[in-house]
Design a protein around this ligand. Structure first.
Ligand code: S3P
Length: 430
């Protein structure tokens, strides 16, 4: 579907509630499915990725029912595929989180399973989980490190694993395998990646210790407890950037998850001089949450984003590129080579498409450099989303400040994480 986006001639105003966090929604369904007892997962994401996770656990025999549009009731005795039926292939759709986390759970079951996915997911690297799982005693076959993954359920042993990547998906996979392995499992990563798994496993009673970038888990049982999912800061990021760059904007985004391991964009905003106001801070099912007021800012300056910043804002980098185009000076993104392994090669595709609408952006091996030049973008081009939800939404924000309208091909991919995206923008245009 081609989406045409026109320049906004007035500021965004009002108040919106940001929908559920994708990472937390996945984990809420997964962990309640392997916990004993029943619970409600409230404010569950309506994105297609989280529904892939939910459908897989239904196929694995967990009793999962929608109470209303956003509340899911999960009832489990902690045992998957208890009827020991021959499972059909489990379809993870477009979702890397579904695949990599579930693989850690499936590898230690007493049945075999197969994970499949769509064309984009089938191109994404899975060696990063196959290698450590194999060290734990897992038996997994793949097509040269890609889906389909055939997982032969085995008893696993705990390991101590030093990961080269700071990846929450790899970390979570190994911790979920370790939860049911023999002995303790330790995962060490170069920088701290998002810690939703650690927080939620602790909330549900797992024996887990965190020491900076080192996490240790002991075999434990989980006990179901109601979970309320906070709003997604990665979804809020599109609105934050839009508010900062669309002249005259002043609005409030409510219920935004503020977990420090996810909130790197807020630190970058401080460095760029794009102050925002955070208030009503509280904690919800173990996660920090609050409301954010965003106002237009014409004094942004470029900055360097690197090292331990990267895992804390990895999904926000495409929209940060749009923000950087409206700052004075250069914004340099380094150490972000794993962006090439997302739903698309987010370095190459981003640079190629943003160049078409007049953004001065350069590709580097491990990131990109934006030469900021405040003022309206040229626009007037049709951009490709490469079936990548975050690229499509970042381009939409760029369209709001482009002199000539832009087109975005494949805009329907926004449904992967944020089906409400356009409707919420509509609420702020009045
Ligand atoms: C996620 C971790 C990140 C992120 C992805 C969601 C998660 O991936 O990009 O959108 O929920 O654990 P990596 O672990 O591959 O960095």
């Amino acid at each position: 579907m081609l989406k045409v986006v026109k320049k906004l001639d007035k500021g965004l105003r009002g108040e919106i509630i940001i929908p559920a966090d994708k990472s937390v929604s996945h984990r809420a369904i997964m962990f309640s499915s392997i916990a004993k007892g029943q619970c409600n997962v409230r404010n569950f994401s309506s994105g297609a990725d989280c529904h892939s996770t939910l459908n897989i656990f239904k196929q694995l025999g967990v009793n999962i029912e929608f109470v209303d549009e956003k509340t899911v009731h999960v009832k489990s005795n902690g045992v998957l595929n208890s009827k020991n039926i021959d499972l059909p292939p489990l379809d993870a759709g477009n979702s890397g989180t579904t695949t990599r986390l579930i693989a850690g759970i499936l590898a230690r079951q007493n049945f075999d399973s197969t994970i499949i996915g769509d064309e984009s997911l089938s191109k994404r690297p899975m060696k990063r989980i196959i290698e450590p799982l194999t060290l734990m005693g897992a038996e997994i076959s793949s097509t040269e490190g890609h889906l389909p993954l055939k997982i032969y359920g085995r008893k696993l042993q705990g390991i101590s694993y030093q990961s080269k990547l700071a990846s929450a998906q790899v970390k979570s996979c190994i911790l979920l395998a370790g939860l049911g392995a023999e002995g303790k499992t330790t995962f060490i990563e170069p920088y701290i990646s998002r810690n939703h798994t650690e927080l939620l496993l602790d909330y549900l009673g797992a024996d887990i210790n965190v020491n900076k970038n080192e996490v240790t888990i002991y075999p434990s049982e989980l006990y179901a407890k109601d979970i309320t999912v906070v709003g997604d800061i990665s979804s809020a990021a599109f609105f934050i950037v839009a508010g900062l760059v669309v002249e005259g904007s002043d609005f409030v985004i409510k219920n935004v998850g503020l977990n420090p391991t996810r909130a790197g964009i807020l630190d970058v905003l401080k460095r760029m001089g794009g102050g925002i106001e955070i208030f009503n801070k509280t904690i919800c099912s173990g996660e920090n949450v609050g409301d954010i007021r965003v106002r237009y800012n014409d004094c942004l300056k470029g900055c360097v984003i690197e090292g331990d910043d990267i895992p804390r804002l990895i999904d926000e980098l495409p929209v940060i590129a749009v923000l950087a185009s409206q700052a004075d000076g250069d914004t340099v993104v380094k150490n972000a080579e794993d962006l090439r392994n997302k739903e698309s090669d987010r370095i190459k595709c981003l640079v190629c498409e943003l160049t078409k609408i007049g953004i001065d952006i350069e590709e580097t091996a491990d990131g990109f450099i934006v030469h900021g030049q405040r003022g309206k973008l040229k626009g007037g081009a049709e951009l490709e989303s490469y079936h990548d939800h975050r690229l499509a939404m970042s381009f939409y924000v760029a369209g709001l400040i482009s002199k000539k309208e832009i087109g975005i091909n494949g805009f329907e991919w926004t449904k992967i994480s944020f089906p409400e995206f356009e409707e919420l923008f509509g609420l702020l245009v009045n």
